[in-house]
Write a protein that binds this ligand. Structure first.
Ligand SMILES: [Zn+2]
Length: 323
């Protein structure tokens, strides 16, 4: 394949997606593999194995002209995005073979183009910003309700990393009075009341026998599910009040589920936002992310780093009052 492109990979706990994206941001090709293809083995060979995996893809597609490689990881990274601190669901016993490694530096010798890594939710928001044509000269927030709750913020064109690189851990803001135990071993985190794993707990407690995919269809009028939607809305509203973002993008598997009560969710958010501002200018957008969003977002990270596609971050969007 002679077409100039970039290579993006999206490493998840179960699957890794890899693809090539044209310089205009359009997906050319993507493939999916079990994450075990790269996540098993000793730390010593982790980077070489990851390089071999990506090089095999480049060779199979016969890609001759690629301008960058970027990989998204589900974990915590340092603020310069050179070290993966930890990726607890990418291995066993909450550790992965990549933990603590300088991945871009290690991969650099294997490729004829620059290599970058990013946090999965940062790349998801890059993809959403591109797909939705959002301006990023102000603040844009992405909140993703999946198995856990992930988030990312862009301010003045740059992702907000925080002093250690771990800003945006909205899932672990302590907000609940119930004090449910969280996956982080804390109590009362946002995830403990409003995540995918909490929804499964609620199903098991209150609606055993209901397939999880039908839970909103069958039970959206019940007290536990209304409370759950209220708690999801609280998380969006508290970030809205805190950050006063120009756009708040909401995505993830939970809000994409059948009959997720979007009207009730929005009504709860608006009721909880401070008024008149930021309520009156609050803009909620749903993530258009499909299964290739991580790959597309990785490509956007490369374009951003290369500075070749900086204009995508300044597409003017008509401002409308309210949502
Ligand atoms: Zn937590």
């Amino acid at each position: 394949m002679d077409q100039t492109c970039v290579i993006g990979a999206d490493v998840g706990g179960t699957f890794v997606r890899i693809g090539c994206v044209a310089m205009d941001g359009e997906l050319i090709h993507a493939a999916i593999y079990k994450s075990a293809a790269i996540s098993t083995g000793p730390p010593k060979t982790a980077i070489d194995d990851l390089a071999a995996f990506i090089k095999q893809y480049i060779s199979e597609l016969r890609i001759t002209d690629y301008r960058g490689v970027a990989i998204g990881f589900p974990g915590t990274l340092d603020k310069s995005r050179e070290i993966l601190y930890s990726a607890s669901n990418l291995g066993e016993n909450a550790t992965s073979r990549f933990d603590g490694l300088r991945i871009p530096a290690g991969l650099a010798a294997h490729f004829d183009a620059p290599v970058f890594i990013g946090k999965d939710t940062d790349l998801l928001l890059y993809s959403d910003v591109h797909q939705l044509g959002l301006r990023t000269d102000g603040m844009v927030t992405g909140i993703y309700f999946g198995t856990g709750i992930g988030a990312s913020m862009i301010y003045r064109g740059e992702t907000v990393f925080g002093s250690d690189g771990v800003a945006g851990e909205i899932g672990h803001l302590p907000i609940s009075e119930t004090g449910n135990k969280c996956t982080c071993n804390g109590r009362g985190c946002c995830e403990s009341v409003a995540s995918g794993w909490r929804l499964v707990q609620l199903r098991d407690e209150h609606f055993p026998g209901t397939p999880i995919d039908d839970i909103f269809t069958l039970h959206h009028q019940t007290v536990p599910i209304k409370r759950y939607i209220h708690d999801c809305a609280r998380i969006v509203a508290l970030t809205g009040n805190l950050l006063n973002s120009e756009y708040t993008v909401v995505g993830g598997g939970i809000v994409a589920m059948k009959d997720f009560p979007k009207d009730a969710f929005l009504a709860e958010i608006l009721a909880l936002l401070r008024h008149p501002y930021p309520r009156d200018t609050f803009r909620l957008l749903y993530s258009p992310a499909g299964q290739d969003a991580g790959v597309l977002g990785a490509a956007q990270l490369i374009f951003h780093k290369l500075g070749e596609r900086s204009e995508i971050y300044s597409i003017p969007v008509k401002r409308e009052k309210g949502v």
